[in-house]
Each structure stands twice: as structure tokens, then as C-alpha cells.
Design a protein around this ligand. Sequence first.
Ligand code: ATP
Length: 515
Amino acid sequence: MSTQNDAFKKLVAHAKEYGFIFPSSEIYDGLGAVYDYGPYGVLLKNNIKEYWWRSMVQMHQNIVGLDAAIFMHPTTWKASGHVDAFNDPLIDNKDSKKRYRADQLVEGYIEKIEAKMEKEVAKGRKRFGESFDEKQFRETHPRVVQYATRIRELQERLGQLLSEGDLEGLKNMIEELEIADPETGSRNWTEVRQFNLMFATQLGAVAGEGGKLYLRPETAQGIFVNFLNVQKTTRQKIPFGIAQIGKAFRNEIVARQFIFRMREFEQMEMQFFVRPGTEMEWYNYWKETRMNWHKKLGTPDSELRFHDHDNLAHYANAAVDIEYRFPFGFRELEGIHSRTDFDLSSHEQHSGKKLRYFDPETKETYVPYVVETSIGCDRMFLAVLSGALQEESVRGAEGKESSRDVLKLPPALAPVKCAILPLKRNEERLTKTAREIFDRLKRSFYCQYDDTGSIGKLYRRQDAIGTPYCITVDFETLDDQTVTLRERDSLQQERIPIDQLEKVIAEKTDMKNLL
Ligand code: ATP
């Protein structure tokens, strides 16, 4: 646990030190669960968004984009169910005055059993060595079976209580399991209450309920209310999708995990409209397609998994999460939901406007069904960053071992693609040539020219921000117009002509490689 915590602390510190993420309004001691993206953060985030956008909109002729406003007519949120049902069950500890999500307290309890079970499996692996059959072990080892059964029981019970909105049952469960405040150990709990996660504000000069507006808690509704506008203007035929990237706001009760759970965050959502009855086929298609999108980044299989929902949201008939192994364990990164015709039908009812599609193939008019893929951009950022940050020991020029922090980002996502470094900063012939190379390359990529330290120091700095290539200009360059190109991960250095730089770097860092 503590090494996990240390790794996470290191990640947060690295993100700040190297200009990726700052706490919001830090000079005023910050604002809970709100963060700002620094100079390298914004570049990395934009690249993540571009990867998603291009995979959706550029790669699919039947997916188009949208950028809807954050403010929407307040009835939108009545129709979507957010006014009545976008609640989290909260519980306070009377002694510590700390506030928790009741469901997360139970989940924490379940995670502890999971950890015990995994420890047992690890022991088995060690004991049996090569001949270890993990599947058989999990199915037959009495203690492991016992743990697994208990986990299933608890998950099912929690799922049922949540879908029934049974707050008293939830409180009973917490008491029965003797769950204590994780920070103080106290078991002196209040009742469980529902807490609505939407932020409200006021429109213009209209006071009171009439002027009450919400900051959108998801981008999806902007897509639903524009369904016909988009379909008609683009002449799309079902099945087709609408993709959107934008801010969303949730007044999260517990927000302690850096940018994993924020109060202001960004979503990348795509709603795919299909003929009723075909939704499961598309649900499975998007499940696989989205998982492949993650794997294309080189994320190992062991770091990603599907997790089926135990309790379905009011709008869904099937739902799965793609979970990533964050430094604090497997957590939801993306959701894929089969939302039926819930949203469009509800908007029809509340607006009195038809949101239907005439299918020229079947000659029927219907309210389309929807399969949604929804991923948090910031969560994806955290996943990318935590997968990339490594501490390595490397051998320097004189054979001396030293350690380096390196961000092994996929080159297409890296904030800076190459750095141009003169071997000696006081040698004008070198700095002049290096600047010329910088001026040539900057039209094609984000580059940096840096002559503020020894070459070793400059390499370390580029490693820490994940720059895939460093170009070193030395005295040989002046004679033969070649430079050293150093690759971040392998540390291999090759001598190449200046003329070839653009082509080589473009090939390796192009977003095309991911699509
Ligand atoms: P969670 O259970 O973690 O609260 P959720 O199931 O409520 O998430 P969705 O409503 O399905 O999340 O939102 C889709 C995606 O948006 C999530 O998979 C996640 O990546 C992202 N997301 C949701 N809430 C937040 C948040 N508070 N901060 C950052 N990202 C978020």
C-alpha cells in the first residue's frame, strides 16, 4: 500500500514540478478538486483530445462532431433525470466531521477482501512456481473461494440497495460490516442522505427558481437535444454518431484523488444512434473498439479490464466500464452504456417536440436507441501519465550509473516532439546552427531550443517532460551537416543528416501511427 502511495505522491509532485498540473488558485491555498493544466499539461491534454476526436470523427464517416453550450434550458435536466436522481448517498462521521460516500465506504471494505484474496493467490503462485494453474487455484482453494463468494454477495447487496435507493439499508450494511472512518477509526455515523451533484447558478436578473440554471453535469444531453438538427443538416442515416468534447461539472462529495475525481472536468462523449433491437450488437462493437483505442497506446493488457455494472442506471439496459490500474488500484476510466431510447423519449415528452427518425430501409419511424461511449479526459490524462512515469538507472558517458525520471509517453501524445540542444552554449557556431534547425522544425512540430545547461542536464529535463527525441549539435555538425539524434526510451544515439530530421521525427511522432 505504502509503495503505491509513494508512487502516486511522486506522480503528483512530478506533474507540478514539470508544469503539467497545478492546484487551482494555489496562492489562495487552492480550491478542492479543481486543477489547472500548465504549459506541458495543456499540450498533452490537447493531444489526448485529438487522438480521441480523430479516432471518432475523422476515422468514421458516420460520426460527426458538436460543441454545445455548457448552459442548457433547465428542463433538460428534469428530462434527463438529473434533477431527481443525480444523487450520491452521503454519510458523515459525527466524531471526525468527515464526509464520505456511503457506497464508497462499502466498496473500500470489499477492496480489502479482494486484497486478501490476491495475497492468497500470490502465495500459491510462489509455492507452485512453474506448475501454477491460476484458474484452477481460484476455483478450488477453499479460502480463495470463500473470499470470492463473500465479495460477490456484498457487491450484489450493495448494487441492489443503490438501485432501490434504500438509504436505511445502506446505513445498516455499514453498521453490520462495522466499517469505520478510514481516517480516524470512529464508527459514530449519521444517517445516509442523498446529495444532488449538480451545481446551480442564476440566469440574468431573474431571481428565484425561475432563473435557476445548472452547469451541465455531462456533455451527453447537448447531443440528445441536437439530435435532429445534426441528423437533418448532415443527412446522416442510422446508425450514426455525434461526438463532443467539453467541460462538465459535478459537486463531488469526496474528491481526494488528484485529477481522478474533479469538480470541474472534461468529458469526451459519443452517442451512437441505432435502430431499436440492434443496440446489443453496437454495444459489443463499441466495447471492443474502445478497448482497442486504449491498447493502441501500448498499455499492457494487464493494466486494463472490463467491469460490468452491478446496478444499472435508470436509463441503461447494459453498461460496462473500462477500468485502468491507477496507482491506487483498478478504477473506472471510461463507460460504455446502452441507454435505450430513454433520453430522446424523455426529451420528446418534456419538450412536446418529436425526436424521431424515418428509416428509409424499413419505412418505419422510430425513436432511435443509443449506445454511448463516455470517457473523462482528465482521467485519461492521469492514466497516460501514471503509465508513462518511470524511474530508471542509466549509465552515463563515463560509465557512471545515475537515475533518471522519464515519461515514456506514446510519441504522438508527447507535449514536445523534439529538443534541439547545442553541445556547448558558449560556442556561437553551435548555437547558431541549433537555432537554425529549431526554426526549420518548429513549423512541423512543437520543438524546444535549450542551451541553459550541460548536455546531461538538458537530456534529463527533456526525459522528465517526455520528449521522444533530442537533437545534439556538435562540432562534427559544422563539418558534415549531421547531428546526433537521441531516442528517449532506448537512449540510442544515431548520427543523421540535418536534412533527414524532419522526415524521421514526423514518421515516429505522427498521430497517424495510432489511428
Ligand atoms: P464515478 O463512478 O467514478 O463517479 P461515473 O460512473 O459517475 O464515474 P460517468 O457519469 O459514466 O461517470 O461519466 C463518464 C466518465 O467521465 C467517467 O468514466 C470518468 O472518466 C469521467 N468522470 C466522471 N466524473 C468525473 C469527475 N468527477 N472527475 C473526472 N472525471 C470524471
